[in-house]
Design a protein around this ligand. Structure first.
Ligand code: IMP
Ligand code: MG
Length: 187
């Protein structure tokens, strides 16, 4: 990515003519289908629908594709967790819109876009465990282990990436670029 632009017209033109991706949309689609198969077989014997607990907003695109690659019944719930302000440095973790549906005794799959320091997923996991689910696993599209602070066990992982800030396929920079079809590194 040549420069950081927050101008909507420039963002739009990048979406139409994106540069070389770190991970192409084709690779993402193939990997998400594999994850869908793995998840479906892991949960094939559960007797209630799986609940995908999607961490807003970055994981929405991944979750939409993942949901459609499952061959088992699944429901969708959302939590809002933000650890980033408007830039690339980490702020304080804020949790909101916690699911208030009955998650007790349900099989939950937390869906996250990227695990970086681990604080976001760790914070959400701690809160959700209090709801006494039957099981709780984590699916993450991306893992960036270079900046890990908190140990996080990712059960279903798309890709491990180097220490670069990335955008696209739901991931944003200052709220933009989520629409890019692949994953792109900001220079
Ligand atoms: P963590 O709490 O440090 O693990 O950060 C994870 C959260 O920060 C994710 O939910 C993302 O929303 C955001 N994040 C971390 N790295 C990136 C990135 O490279 N691009 C866009 N968002 C990111
Ligand atoms: Mg996020």
């Amino acid at each position: 990515m040549p420069q950081l632009v927050t101008d909507v017209r420039l963002s739009g033109s990048l979406a139409r003519n994106p540069p070389e991706p770190m991970i192409s949309s084709t690779r993402i689609a193939r990997r998400v289908r594999q994850l869908g198969r793995n998840i479906s077989s892991t949960y094939q014997d559960i007797d209630t629908p799986l609940v995908l607990v999607v961490i807003l907003k970055g994981a929405t695109i991944f979750a939409a594709d993942l949901l459609r690659s499952l061959s088992i019944p699944a429901e969708l719930e959302f939590v809002r967790a933000s650890s980033y302000g408007s830039g690339t440095s980490r702020g304080t973790l804020k949790l909101a819109n916690m699911v208030d549906g009955p998650l007790a005794d349900r099989h939950l799959l937390l869906v996250e876009d990227i695990v970086d320091s681990g604080h976001t997923v760790d914070g959400v996991v701690r809160r959700i465990r209090r709801l006494k689910p039957a099981s709780l696993r984590i699916a993450a599209l991306l893992d960036r282990p270079a900046r890990r602070d908190v140990d996080v066990k990712i059960d279903f992982l798309g890709f491990t990436i180097p220490d670069r800030f990335v955008i696209g396929y739901g991931l944003d920079y200052a709220g933009l670029y989520r629409e890019l079809p692949g994953i792109y590194a900001l220079s």
